[in-house]
Design a protein around this ligand. Structure first.
Ligand SMILES: [Mg+2]
Length: 377
């Protein structure tokens, strides 16, 4: 066992939609993490800075204890707190792995698999563009593709009929193009009401999608359960949830076939491992949410490598700048599978030359509908 050490300082870096952190220890170990409240990165950065007052001088090895203290210390919770806490949790696991010279999955029970099947984001404003994108992903070896069934102006449609007809046409076109060897992951992005979502879902059943993601806003498990019961496509949801308590309600309601913990939002590796175990007890599988940087991907891979009920990994591509510039030793992607790395901790390191080039946080906005009203994204 290495001699005990203490946390010396916590560093935060804002770039694109990413909030990256580095926790420096007195023995020279540096752990990296990411917070997942994209859209509210600046307040989440401030929260990490605030939490660092507690962390400095503490032994980094007491991960669960620090988690409990940070979660329960100030009475009020929420996404900014959990985004900051998640970044810290991931960095503390990275530190523990590095200090013990083992991958994080070894500390979580050992490897359950050698590689993780990924679904790739594809898209296009026109149906032809969408089909070309899906076919290109299939040619690269991906066996699952994810797309929204609407064109880019989905929220401007003036009738449900036009909206749903377009969705059916696009999903059918992708199905025809990629054939039976590629699963379709249909992402609704919370755009529809439960009734609209049920109606569309029934029309999409013919294409046998692998999952139907966020068919409505996620905050009513009872209504989500209604969608799950009344259309025959497995539901995938949970990417906005920040705690095990929300997942408990979701699972109790039988509202989803797949849980979608975002490691950078729902308590890091500590929180997500608990969500996976809760899901396992109900034979529900895990598809980690991963719209962020390669640090998030690396954390997802450690979780997926350790749990028995991993199903699929979200992947948005990391071979193009700026993502490709962020990591010095990127994970290997082979034929649509991320290879589980052997290195200590997360198995990746930040490219400091690149990330210190400038802070440029990307701010999410929300669409305005044809009548001027606020829509959901
Ligand atoms: Mg999503």
């Amino acid at each position: 066992m290495p001699a005990p050490t203490k946390i010396e300082r916590v560093e935060t870096i804002l770039w694109e939609r990413w909030l990256l952190i580095r926790i420096h220890c007195e023995d020279g170990t540096v752990g990296i993490g990411e917070g997942g409240v994209h859209g509210w990165q600046r307040p989440t950065k401030t929260m990490v800075d605030t939490m660092s007052d507690y962390l400095v001088g503490k032994d980094p090895s007491f991960i669960e204890h620090h988690y409990q203290w940070l979660y329960r210390s100030s009475h009020f919770m929420g996404s900014v707190v959990q985004g900051a806490l998640s970044a810290i949790d991931i960095a503390l696991w990275d530190i523990k792995g590095k200090r013990l010279d083992v991958p994080i999955y070894d500390l979580m029970g050992g490897k359950t698999r050698d590689k993780l099947r990924c679904y790739m984001h594809v898209g296009g404003v026109t149906t032809d563009e969408l089909v070309a994108s899906a076919v290109a992903a299939a040619k690269q070896g991906y066996t699952a593709v994810r797309f929204t069934p609407y064109g880019s102006d989905y929220y401007l449609h003036k009738s449900y009929t036009a909206w749903a007809d377009e969705a059916v046409e696009r999903v059918g076109a992708v199905k025809d193009a990629v054939g039976g060897d590629v699963d379709l992951c249909v992402e609704l992005h919370r755009q529809m009401s439960p009734a609209e979502s049920i109606s569309l879902g029934r029309r999409l059943e013919q294409f046998n999608p692998f999952f139907y993601e966020d068919p409505m806003l996620p905050d009513s498990p009872a209504r989500m359960a209604d969608v799950a019961e009344r259309c025959n496509i497995p539901i995938a949801t949970g990417e906005r949830f920040t705690t095990i308590f929300e997942y408990q309600q979701l699972l109790e309601s039988k509202a989803t076939a797949f849980v979608r913990p975002d490691l950078c939002l729902c308590g890091g590796l500590t929180g997500s491992k608990k969500v996976a175990a809760m899901a396992e007890a109900q034979h529900v599988k895990v598809i980690p949410h991963n719209p962020l940087s390669p640090v998030s991907t690396a954390a997802c891979v450690q979780l997926g490598a350790a749990i028995p009920n991993f199903a699929l990994q979200e992947f948005t591509g990391e071979s193009e700048p700026p993502k490709s510039d962020l990591i010095t030793n990127p994970l290997k992607m082979v034929d649509g599978y991320l290879i589980v790395p052997e290195g200590p901790g997360l198995g990746v390191e930040l490219n400091l030359d690149t990330i210190y080039n400038g802070e440029n946080p990307k701010i999410l906005d929300t669409p305005i509908g044809f009548d001027g009203s606020v829509q959901d994204r």
